[in-house]
Design a protein around this ligand. Structure first.
Ligand SMILES: Cc1cc2nc3c(=O)[nH]c(=O)nc-3n(C[C@H](O)[C@H](O)[C@H](O)COP(=O)(O)OP(=O)(O)OC[C@H]3O[C@@H](n4cnc5c(N)ncnc54)[C@H](O)[C@@H]3O)c2cc1C
Ligand SMILES: *[C@@H]1O[C@H](CO)[C@@H](O)[C@H](O)[C@H]1NC(C)=O
Ligand SMILES: *[C@@H]1O[C@H](CO)[C@@H](O)[C@H](O)[C@H]1NC(C)=O
Ligand SMILES: *[C@@H]1O[C@H](CO)[C@@H](O)[C@H](O)[C@H]1NC(C)=O
Ligand SMILES: *[C@@H]1O[C@H](CO)[C@@H](O)[C@H](O)[C@H]1NC(C)=O
Ligand SMILES: *[C@@H]1O[C@H](CO)[C@@H](O)[C@H](O)[C@H]1NC(C)=O
Ligand SMILES: *[C@@H]1O[C@H](CO)[C@@H](O)[C@H](O)[C@H]1NC(C)=O
Length: 490
C-alpha cells in the first residue's frame, strides 16, 4: 500500500469526521426502563467499562415497580409499599444469598422477618374461627404438589396446570376454609389460581427461591419497613455510579425502530434517540399491549413468546384506623364462601413492623384484582370494611383515617404486577422472550428469568446476565446476540 501524502491524509481525516458526525449516535446502548433490571444492567455496563449508555424511564424516579405511597394525615403518615415488599428467600448457611438482601444490607435498608406461617389468625364470616388443622393439611398438599412436579420433570412428563397437579396428589379442597388455605399457599404467591398456573413452573419457581436443597436461598421472607421505601436499595445503588447525563426520566417511549445497523427510539414528546443497541426492560404486560410499538413488527417467534406468559396482578389495599381493633398476630386469613374475596390481611401496626401506624392491609389477586380495579375507591373501601365487620362481629368498625390501593393492571407502564407461567410451561418461551432480534434489540426483565420469574432477584439476575452478554457483544464489535428457537413444536 502506497503511503498517503500529508494533504490526502488531512482530507481523508476531515471526511471521516464529517461521516462520523452524520452517523453519531446518542449512545452506544439505550436501556429502556429504570427498574431493578434497568439499573443493574446500567451498573453492569459501567463495571465493564462501557459508560456510553442512557437509562430512559417514563416515571420521575428510578425503581420501576418498587414504588411507595405516603398514607395517613400529617403527623400520622407512613410510607407503604405499593409494589414489592419482601426480600423473598435469604440465605441458608454458606449457600447462595439473595442479591436483594445483599443490596438491602449494603444500603442500610431496614427489613424485618415476617412470620407468614407461624403468626397467623383465622377467620370466616362468623368471626374468629380456628382452622389451623385444615391449613396444615393444605400446607402438606402444597409440598406434595412441588415434590410430585419434580418427579414429573425427572420422567420428562408433560406439564399440566397446578389444579390437575393438586388433584393428582389427592388434594381436593371443598370447604371454604380449605380453599382459603390453598389460596394463601398458592395464589398469594403466584397472583393467579392453580387452574391458571403451571404445575411444574410454579413448583420450580418455589424451589429455586425457597428450597435450599434445590439451590434456593431459604424459606424466610423479610418485610421492608424502611420509611425511605424499599426502592432505596436500587436508588442508592444507582447513585453510586449513574451520572445525570446517563439518565432520562419523565421520558415515555412510544416507538422502537430497529435494524441490524442500529436502533432509533421515539418518545411521546417527539424526541428521538439513536444508539447501536437497545435493551428493553419493560414488563411483559407492557409488551403484550400496544403501549409501545416496534418497527418493523416483532417476528412471530417473539410475539408468541410475549403472549405465552401471563402478567398477573397482586393488589394490596391499605387502610389506616385510629386504633388497632384486629388480631395481634402478623397475619390474618379470612375464609369467605367466595374463594379469593379479601382473604389475606396483614397488620403493620405490630410491634415488629410499624407500631402506632394504625395500618392494616388486605391483598387480592388475579381476576379479583381486575374486579376491584374497575370499582371506585369508595366501593372497595366499603367492601373491605364489610369483610372486617364479618371478621369482628362484636366490634364497631371505625371510619378509616386513610384508604389507598394501586391499580397495577390498568397502569400503562406495568399492565399488572408480575409474570406467571400458565400450563403448559415451555421454558423455551422465556428464552425467546429474552432472545435478541436483528442483533440490536435486546430484552431482559423479571419475566425472562427461568429460575426466579416474578421476583426482584429475577429482575436482578436478568439485568446482570443479559447485560454481560451484551457487553461481550459490544467488545466483539457486534454479534447475533442471545439465540431463539424459530418454531416451538410438540
Ligand atoms: C404489587 C407487587 C408486589 C410484589 N411483591 C414482590 C415481593 O414482595 N418480592 C419480590 O421479590 N418481588 C415482588 N414483586 C415483583 C417485583 O416488583 C418485580 O419482579 C421487579 O420489580 C421487576 O423489575 P423490572 O426492572 O424487571 O421491571 P419494572 O420494575 O417494571 O421496570 C420497567 C420500567 O419500565 C418503565 N416503562 C414502562 N413502559 C415504559 C415506556 N413506554 N416508556 C418508558 N418507560 C417505561 C417503567 O416505568 C418501569 O420503571 C412485586 C410486584 C408487584 C407489582
Ligand atoms: C418529572 O416530572 C415531575 C412531574 O411533572 C417533576 O416533578 C419532576 O421534577 C420531573 N423530574 C425530572 C427528573 O425531570
Ligand atoms: C408525611 O407527610 C409529609 C408532608 O406531606 C412528608 O414530607 C413526609 O415525607 C411524609 N412522611 C412519610 C413517612 O411518608
Ligand atoms: C387452633 O387450633 C390448633 C390446633 O387444633 C391449636 O393448636 C391452637 O392452639 C388453636 N389456636 C387458638 C388461638 O386457639
Ligand atoms: C422441589 O423440591 C423438592 C424438595 O424439597 C423436590 O423433591 C422436588 O423434586 C422439587 N420439585 C421440582 C419441580 O424441582
Ligand atoms: C360476640 O358476642 C356474642 C354475644 O355477646 C358472643 O356470644 C360471641 O362469643 C362474641 N364473639 C366474639 C368473636 O367475641
Ligand atoms: C447467570 O450467568 C451465569 C454465567 O453464565 C450462570 O452460571 C448463571 O446460572 C446465570 N444465572 C441465572 C440466574 O440465570
Amino acid at each position: 500500500m502506497k503511503a498517503l501524502t500529508p494533504t490526502l491524509l488531512l482530507f481523508s481525516s476531515a471526511l471521516a469526521a464529517v461521516y462520523n458526525r452524520e452517523i453519531e449516535k446518542d449512545a452506544s446502548v439505550l436501556i429502556l426502563g429504570g427498574g431493578v433490571t434497568g439499573v443493574i444492567a446500567a451498573r453492569t455496563l459501567h463495571e465493564r467499562g462501557h459508560d456510553n449508555f442512557i437509562v430512559v424511564d417514563a416515571r420521575g424516579e428510578l425503581g420501576g415497580r418498587m414504588q411507595t405511597e405516603s398514607i395517613g394525615p400529617p403527623g400520622r403518615n407512613f410510607t407503604v409499599e405499593q409494589g414489592p415488599n419482601w426480600v423473598q428467600g435469604t440465605q441458608t448457611g454458606n449457600g447462595p444469598k439473595n442479591p436483594i438482601l445483599t443490596l438491602a444490607e449494603k444500603h442500610g435498608v431496614k427489613t424485618q422477618f415476617n412470620d407468614l406461617f407461624g403468626s397467623l389468625s383465622f377467620f370466616d364470616f362468623n368471626g374468629a374461627f380456628n382452622f389451623t388443622d385444615v391449613f396444615n393439611d393444605e400446607d402438606d398438599d402444597f409440598t406434595s404438589l412441588t415434590v410430585s412436579a419434580g418427579t414429573r420433570l425427572q420422567k420428562g412428563l408433560l406439564d399440566l396446570n397446578a389444579r390437575s397437579g393438586y388433584s393428582l396428589v389427592g388434594s381436593n379442597p371443598l370447604s371454604h376454609t380449605a380453599q382459603t388455605s390453598e389460596y394463601y399457599l398458592f395464589d398469594w404467591e403466584y397472583a393467579q389460581t392453580p387452574e391458571e398456573s403451571s404445575w411444574i413452573g410454579s413448583s420450580l419457581n418455589n424451589n429455586f427461591t425457597f428450597e435450599p436443597e434445590m439451590g434456593g436461598f431459604s424459606e424466610d421472607n423479610l418485610l421492608c419497613i424502611d420509611q425511605r421505601g424499599f426502592k432505596t436499595i436500587i436508588q442508592a445503588e444507582a447513585a453510586e455510579f449513574l451520572k445525570p447525563s446517563q439518565l432520562m426520566l419523565n421520558s415515555t417511549v412510544k416507538t422502537i425502530e430497529y435494524s441490524t445497523s442500529g436502533v432509533k427510539v421515539t418518545l411521546t414528546n417527539g424526541k428521538t434517540l439513536s444508539a447501536d443497541y437497545v435493551l428493553v426492560t419493560f414488563s411483559v404486560g407492557v409488551l403484550q399491549n400496544s403501549d409501545v410499538s416496534f418497527s418493523p413488527a416483532l417476528p412471530d417467534w417473539k410475539q408468541e413468546a410475549i403472549q405465552s406468559i401471563t402478567m398477573a396482578t397482586y393488589t394490596k389495599i391499605f387502610l389506616q384506623f385510629p386504633d388497632v381493633f384486629w388480631f395481634d398476630t402478623e397475619m390474618g386469613l379470612y375464609a369467605d364462601l367466595e374463594r379469593g374475596k379479601y382473604p389475606v390481611w396483614q397488620s403493620l401496626d405490630h410491634k415488629d413492623f410499624l407500631p402506632g401506624s394504625g395500618i392494616l392491609f388486605v391483598t387480592v389477586t388475579g381476576d379479583y384484582s381486575k374486579r376491584v380495579e374497575a370499582l371506585s375507591d369508595e366501593q372497595v373501601q366499603s367492601e373491605a370494611l364489610a369483610v372486617l365487620q364479618l371478621m369482628f362481629p362484636n366490634t364497631s368498625i371505625p371510619e378509616p383515617t386513610a384508604f389507598f390501593f394501586p391499580r397495577w393492571h390498568s397502569n400503562p407502564l406495568f399492565r399488572g404486577s408480575y409474570s406467571n407461567m400458565p400450563a403448559a410451561f415451555v421454558p423455551t418461551h422465556q428464552d425467546n422472550l429474552r432472545a435478541t432480534v436483528s442483533d440490536r434489540l435486546w430484552f431482559a426483565g423479571e419475566a425472562t428469568s427461568f429460575k426466579y420469574y416474578g421476583f426482584l432477584h429475577g429482575a436482578y439476575f436478568e439485568g446482570l446476565n443479559v447485560t454481560n452478554k451484551l457487553a461481550d457483544c459490544i467488545e466483539m464489535g457486534g454479534c447475533t446476540g442471545l439465540p431463539h428457537v424459530e418454531e416451538i413444536k410438540q
